[in-house]
Design a protein around this ligand. Sequence first.
Ligand SMILES: C/C(=C\CNc1ncnc2c1ncn2[C@@H]1O[C@H](COP(=O)(O)O)[C@@H](O)[C@H]1O)CO
Length: 229
Amino acid sequence: MVGRRKVTADEHLLDSQRSEEWKQRAAWRSLRILSEFVDGFETLSELDQTQAVGVFGSARSGEGTPEYTLGRELGRKLAEAGCTVITGGGPGAMEAANRGAQDRDGMSVGLGIELPFEQGINAYTDLEVDFRYFFVRKVMFLKYSQGFCVLPGGYGTMDELFEALTLVQTNKVGKFPIALIGTEFWGGLVDWLRDTMAKAGNISYADLDLMIVTDDLDEAVDHMVSNCK
Ligand SMILES: C/C(=C\CNc1ncnc2c1ncn2[C@@H]1O[C@H](COP(=O)(O)O)[C@@H](O)[C@H]1O)CO
């Protein structure tokens, strides 16, 4: 613990300021990482038979916010379409989507992450796995989801979105539908991607078509169902 803050496994692994002995032990940490992959694959293998959609979005969109309402409705619609809903298992938009899936008796999955401040997985999951390492958890999102719906969010959401986009852009994964939900929230980013990033030649204009931007949840869900790999 640092003060009242818990030192996480990610922090231990990434800390470059430790003693030689500490650095030697980092090599053994790979076994712990391996065991986390094994646990994740074992627990989530039952999802191999389902069509699953990952939902990303802000941990801070609490109950009562428009984003929470949107996330819950999205979870409901995904479940009605027969999709399993996979989230980060946290609060805010993640909780909303898990809750919506359960509202319609859909399968609701939470991939939790160890954080410096204890929080636990939200109360609306049927299947959950807790990860110590963010990067292991990311592999699970990508392995077990066939598409992604992205609600308004912050850095965590951006990280997850751009990881998915990069994998599709570089052909590391095949067809992977991505829907950004909320034109007002996402519009500025998409304008910047086109008018600055694509204009500078850092992505191609065709790369903008790797995602749709919509306010229509039915359109987002249709995009998932008709394009899932
Ligand atoms: C900030 C608070 C809690 C954070 N708890 C999280 N639990 C699970 N997953 C999380 C958490 N925070 C971020 N994530 C992942 O990133 C995305 C949301 O990040 P953003 O920066 O809020 O957009 C989300 O999809 C998760 O996978 C206390 O309220």
